[in-house]
Each structure stands twice: as C-alpha cells, then as structure tokens.
Design a protein around this ligand. Sequence first.
Ligand code: SAM
Ligand code: SF4
Length: 427
Amino acid sequence: MNAYDADKMADIMCSDRNMERTDDPSKASVLLLNTCSIREKPQEKVFSQLGRWQVYKKTNPNVVIGVGGCVASQEGKSIVKRAPYVDIVFGPQTLHRLPQMYDQVVASRRSVVDISFPKTEKFDFLPKTNLIKPSAFVTIIEGCSKFCSFCVVPYTRGLEVSRPPEQILDEINHLASMGVREVTLLGQNVNAYRAKNSEGARIKLSQLIDQVTTIENIDRIRFTTSHPLQFSHDLIESFSNKKLANFLHLPVQSGSNRILELMKRKHTVETYIAKINKLKKVRPNISISSDFIVGFPGETEDDFRQTMALIETIGFDQSFSFIFSPRPQTPAASMKDTTSYDEKLDRLKRLQAKISSNAMKISKSMVGTSQRILVEKKSKKVKTQLAGRTENNRWVNFDGPENLIGQFIDLTITEALPNSLRGRLYH
Ligand code: SAM
Ligand code: SF4
C-alpha cells in the first residue's frame, strides 16, 4: 500500500507541478519521505533518514522536505517540532493536496501540516498514472474499522471507505490500455469492500472482481489483504474464475483462540480452517500465505505451539511474521507482557523456519511442471535473463528476449532456489 501511495505522490507532483522523478536525493528539489508506523522500528528510522536529508537543505535552502504516511498521521506537528527543517507533513488521506501544500511552503517559507481524513476525495484529484509496469496495484478501499487490539491502522489511516466501482474500473481500464496485464486490488481489508454504483446498487468485492474480469487484457487478478472474518462464501466462489490467481494471503496472526480473542480478531481457529477447507474445494492446490504476530502480551509456549500446529494443518506457503510491537493508542500496548525478548525471538525463528521449509517443499514440487508467468522485468543478477511471477507469487528467472516483458508465457520450472525459481522457455 505504501508503494502505491508513493507512486501517487510522484504522479501528482509530476503532473500538477511539472516535476520529474529522481532516485538521487542530491538532485531533488523536493524530497518526500513516505512512512510506516505499523511497528516501532520503521517509525524510528524516520528521524534518522530526515537527519541524512538535512544536509541537502543546508547546501540548498530552497529544497522542500515533506513527510507523509502513517508516522506523519500519528505525529503531526511534533515532526516539525523535532525536525524544524521539515516543510510539509501530510497523511495517507491528504497526499492529493501535496501540490497546494508545496505552493504554500514556497510562498510563505513556513511549514504546512495537513493530516486530516477527507473521505475518498483523494481519488477525485489524483491524475492517471504514467508509471506503467506489467503488474499494477489499485486501491479499492481505504482505512480500517476493525480495531484489532494491537494495530495502529484505524488511527492512522481512518475508518473503512470504499471507492465507487466505476472509478476503480475506469482506473483499471486506463492501466489495461497502457499495457498492464495483472492488477492487485488493494486495501487493509479488501473483503470489507461495499460501495454503491451509479445506479444505486450495492457492490461487494466478489461482484467487483466479476466486473474486473471482463476488462480486456487484464488476465490475472489478485487482492490483498483480506480479513478472515469477511472472507465470505461468495468470495470463495469467485475462485472458480480462473483469472483470480491461485494464491491467497489471509492473515491469521495466531493459532490460539485465547490469543485471537485478546487480539480482538473476532474469529476462531476453527472458523479459519473451515473457510480454507471450503476454498480448497474450489481450488484444491491453492497456495495460502499469512501474517503472524509472535509474543503478543500473555502468549505462552502452549499458545505458540498451537500456532505451529495451525501452520502444519494449513501448510502455509510464505508469511509476513513479526514480534509484537506495542503501538501508541492501541489497547494491547498496555497489556501485561512477561515474555522475554529472547523467548519471542526464538519463537519467531522457529515459525519462520517452519514456513520456509513449507515454501521450499512447494517450490520443489513445481520443478518439472509448466507454469504460466507474467514477465515483468529484466532479471536483477543476470542481464540476459528476464524475471516474472507465477500465480503462487514466486519469481522465476529465465533466458529470453526482452520483447517478452509484459506478456504471459508458459515455462518449464528447472530449479527451486530459496527465494526464487529458475525456468526454461518452451522451444
Ligand atoms: N488488515 C490485515 C489483517 O487484518 O490481517 C493486515 C494489515 S496490517 C497493516 C499488516 C500486518 O502487520 C498485520 O497482519 C500484523 O501481522 C502486523 N502488525 C500489525 N500491528 C502489529 C504490531 N503492533 N506488532 C507487530 N506486528 C503488527
Ligand atoms: Fe489492523 Fe488489519 Fe486489524 Fe485493521 S484488520 S486493525 S488493518 S490488523
């Protein structure tokens, strides 16, 4: 989501203020830092990065420095207090106002802070992107209204607001006309998507997916992230449509009902398993990945073992897993936590080793099979090679001509490596 937001910041400054993107901070007249506050560590990095950028302002006082994203949303004015050389502070819902905030700074040389939550106004102002890659993200819902006890998102991104379906379809049609072949529908909980179309009919995620599948040239659809609670029957049925990738990211966080209740996730391990079993009836060999938090306050070794048991039962392929990080304003931050950091780290390592081993087993089972990949770019390591992703989200590197970039092709998988696969084109 932050990658998508960062592209939108660049899009609007390029189109409305005629700027150009650069990856070299010493050449920039505007430096924008997009931030994340989901855990403490990324938040700490913000001020060290700002400190490094301060030197550019010393050499050129006209340089404008902006801080956006969830740390900005949470800290607001205090960012300018701690780093007075920051000119603009904007939140995830006000990034479309960047050009006006920039003008204000240039005219007054005083800092501007806007971290409000205007509903979906943002999308009415954002220009159509000209940064086209074969696979693109499209936000369909903003914010979150779930208030899990550990999570800062509802406070920093605001409550759930769905974009009108016509606006989303219009954006995807534009992307398709520019050569995009795969879209990922994006949101904190995309399956909470509910919006009225221009005729007043209520549209859910499954119906939106149906409409996206009719767009010419969009041949693969993904969505992320979805919440187990609203992973509904109709969404499961959507997987009978072959354009939906054979991969689902469905965060579970813990395999212990006691911890799930403390986390306020509002579902049990049993209902999670039942939903996955239903999905596997529609897609028997689907890859399922998840998010886990280890060391939630009060998590015992027994609770953790239940998480490991769930990993075995589902056979999770890939995960985002982290040690619990207490976040300001959240109820879990003040819960009693007696587990030592070493113990938490040990649990995290055991969990990650188990999931890596599952992922490797799945990768090895793909060797010798034919896989459809979307060729996205030149390979990072070997210049003559290209790289594309399989339906189950694995990068495959292979020898091939550059004109394949942007196309779906079938490959034979020849080797499974820890973080990628190797493949061979059919001749
Ligand atoms: N909405 C999604 C869901 O319900 O699972 C997840 C979105 S959240 C931005 C991404 C992940 O960050 C969560 O699934 C969780 O594993 C992790 N996370 C959130 N708050 C955390 C915290 N306080 N400490 C550690 N990890 C956290
Ligand atoms: Fe955070 Fe996801 Fe829970 Fe929303 S549903 S509060 S984004 S973890």
